[in-house]
Design a protein around this ligand. Sequence first.
Ligand code: IFM
Length: 444
Amino acid sequence: MPRDTSAIQAPPFVWGAATSAYQVEGAVAEDGRAASIWDSFCRVPGAIADGSNGDVACDHYHRLTADLDLMRELRLQAYRFSVAWSRVQPSGAGAVNSRGLDFYDRLVDGLLARGIAPYLTLYHWDLPQALQDRGGWTARDTALRFADYADIVGHRLGDRVASIATHNEPWVVSILGHQSGVHAPGVKDRRHAMQVSHHLLLSHGLALQALRSCGARSELGIVLNASPVVAATDRAEDTAAAQLEDGLLVRWYLDALLHGRYPSDVLAHLGTDAPVVRERDHEIIRAGLDFIGLNYYTRRVASAASSPPAQSLAVTGMGWEVDPEGLTELLLRLHRDYPMPPIIVTENGAAYRDALDNGRVHDVQRTDYIRRHIEATERAMGQGVDVRGFFVWSLMDNFEWTWGYRQRFGIVHVDFATQRRTLKDSARWYRDFIGAHQNKFRSP
Ligand code: IFM
C-alpha cells in the first residue's frame, strides 16, 4: 500500500537552498553532541587548508531563529539540511540524546511555521567517532546502526519533513574519505573505499526499510554527485578512462539503486578490490526510491595520462569548469538510461572570491552561474525529464571541508569574526526570481 504523504507534500516544484550540519551548526560540544570523524580529522595537522574546523562554523545552532527568518526573507520554498548523527546518538548506537533531536524539532517546526518545506538528509559525512573506532563504514555493522538511526529520526520528524534523503554523495565518502584520504576519516586504500561504497548503499536500503516501517510520511531518496565524463581526447586510452570514471562515479550507484547490480566493467576493473557482497544485499539496495537528488557543479574530463587534463572552460574559485550544458546533458542521459524516479537538483552553486563593499557583495559571477544552471535544468525538463526542485548550494558561506573557510559558496555572506549575515546580490536575485517563478511548474 502506498504510504500517505499527502499531508506534508511540498509544492510540485520547489526552489530552495541547502546546507549541512557540520558545515554550519557549530556548537560541537553542546547539548550532549559527541565527536564525529570531522571533528577528529580537522585536528590532523595539514588536513584543512586554513587549519580551521567546524567548532563554531556559522554558529547556526545558536542563531536558528534569525537564520530561519533569513530563509523566509529569501522566500525559500524549501530548505535542505542534514542531521548530525552524533547529536542524536552520540555513540552512534544505543542511547538517544533527546536534546540533540530537540534542535531538529525546533528547526523543522520553525521552517513549517514560515511556510518552508523541510528537506532532511540523514548523513552528510559526519559519522560518530565512536563508530569509526569500531571500523566505521568499512564495518558492515555500521550499515545496521545507520538503519537504527534512521528509525529514530523517522519516528521523531517523519510526520513533518517533506523529504528524507539517506546519504549525501556516497562517492565522496567512499573515494575522498577512503581512497585518496583527503576527507575524513583519511584512509588511503581502494579496497576499503569500495567496501565502504557497498556498505553505504546497503545502509541506504536498510534505512529505507526502517523509515517505511516506522511510518515516516516523507518522500524517501538518496542524493548523488554526478557529472558527464568526457574524454580529454578521442584516443582509445582516454575514452576508456572516461568510461571507467563514469562507471565509478555514476553507474556504480545508479546501477545498484535502480537495476540491482554493480556494472560488470567496473567489477572487472576492480578485480580483488571489488567489495564483498552478501546474497540479499542487492535486493535491499534496490529498495525503491521516491526521488533521486542530484548535486551538479561541473563536468569531468578524463584522461589516461597522470597529469590533469587541460581545462577549456571558465572556472570557479574551486577551479571547477562552468558547464551548464553538462547539467542538461546529464539529466537527459539519466532519463534515457535509467528507470529514474523524479529528480531534484539538490545542490548547485559556485565559490567565488567575494568582497564586501559598503554592505553589499556584487557577486555577478555567482548569480550568472546559478541562473544558467536553472535554465539548463529547464531545458532538460522541456525535453521530458521529471525534475521537482532546485536547491542552491549554499544558503550561506560555511566550512568548506578541506578548504576550511577559504571558499565561499553562500548566497548570503557570513563574516566569521562577527557572524554577521549579509545578502549577496545573488541572494537578492534568487529571492526575486523565486517571487516571480513560485508557481512556474505547478500542475494546472
Ligand atoms: O560543500 C559541499 C557539500 O558539502 C557537498 N557538495 C559539494 C559542496 C561544495 O564542495
